[in-house]
Write a protein that binds this ligand. Structure first.
Ligand code: ASP
Length: 327
């Protein structure tokens, strides 16, 4: 058995940022730091999760998140299986729960789940015996994205506390925005959202953010400018006149970025729509954009989460919990 993790993560699953304390977030980020270094070595593999089975269950397409989780599990020595909707029984009419129960019978140690419906991953977590990591559910949460964003920011700016972070664009449909807002507020950042009124969720007043509709005002003095993708797959009506118009008012270019601090960092969770949310040349400017770094941090953060969630529970018939783990 792998030794218990050095700190006690007080949850069975990772379903969202809501409910995680600042201490737990901080500890997860500390653990991720070690993996950033390991991933830069020639030999990237270790045996922490040897003998453990990780199933990546993706009901919605993904390139970077699935690859990142796959790499993370393999670098920790786990057996990693990828299951996507295309090849699954879902197309034959099997329900979410049936699929979960079928996989559960194969004794995985961790399920990494992405689903287009908000709340579906929480439901699934109630039905299985293993740990579940939410890899994005509808417009609800994407906790590992917020953690990797936090790690990226922290490594560049030392601390999240007091930073002004402007989250811009399609906040309404974005699980990335929601998870980031919760994390940034928990860690003491000042969070702003900048979007047209049509692209803000109805409950925005309750999320503890300042709201702006103008990019120049919203970016004024910001330390971090976090752009969001237009989630057209979740749009069922017209939210803006045209892509050209959208770029003109809400797309990030050098002119709008000049309103932020001179050393402000530009982020985007990907996949980017170049020339829609962000000017293509700015996206590639290594002096301002940390978009590639976000991808690198993603693997490290997912290794930390997998170590904590898959490395600490005994899912055998005796079902004893390993030291330090909690329900
Ligand atoms: N990759 C992120 C997500 O899955 C962001 C995006 O798709 O726009 O939510």
């Amino acid at each position: 058995m792998a030794p218990a993790a050095p700190f006690s993560y007080p949850h069975r699953h990772l379903l969202g940022i809501v409910g995680l304390s600042a201490e737990v977030i901080d500890e997860l980020l500390q653990l991720s730091e070690g993996y950033v270094e390991q991933n830069r070595q020639l030999d990237k593999k270790q045996a922490t999760l040897r003998g453990r089975t990780q199933i990546n269950l993706f009901f919605e397409s993904s390139t970077r998140t699935r690859t990142s989780f796959e790499l993370a599990g393999k670098r920790l020595g786990a057996d990693v299986i990828n299951m996507s909707v295309e090849g699954s029984a879902i197309k034959k009419g099997e329900t979410l729960i049936d699929t979960a129960m079928t996989l559960n019978a194969m004794h995985p140690d961790v399920l990494v789940v992405r689903h287009p419906e908000s709340g579906a991953v929480n439901l699934l977590a109630q039905k299985v015996d293993c740990a579940v990591i939410n890899a994005g559910d509808g417009s609800h949460e994407h906790p590992t994205q917020a953690l990797l964003d936090a790690l990226t920011i922290r490594r560049r700016k030392r601390s999240l506390e007091g930073l002004i972070v402007a989250i811009c664009g399609d906040v309404r449909h974005s699980r990335v925005a929601r998870s980031n807002i919760h994390l940034l507020n928990t860690m003491g950042a000042q969070t702003r959202v900048v979007a047209p009124p049509t692209l803000l969720p109805p409950n925005i007043d309750r999320l503890g953010v300042s709201v702006f509709h103008d990019m120049y005002e919203g970016l004024a003095g910001a330390d971090i400018v976090m752009m969001l993708r237009l989630q057209t797959e979740r749009m069922y009506s017209a939210y803006f006149p045209s892509l050209r118009e959208y770029f003109r008012y809400y797309g990030l270019d050098r002119d709008k970025l000049a309103a932020a601090k001179p050393d402000a960092l530009v982020m985007h969770p990907g996949p980017m729509n170049r020339g829609v949310e962000i000017d293509t040349e700015l996206a590639d400017d290594i002096d301002r954009s940390v978009i590639r770094e976000q991808v690198e941090m993603g693997v490290a953060v997912r290794m930390a989460c997998l170590e904590i969630l898959a490395g600490r529970f005994d899912n055998t018939a005796s079902g004893e919990q390993l030291a330090g783990a909690a329900k």
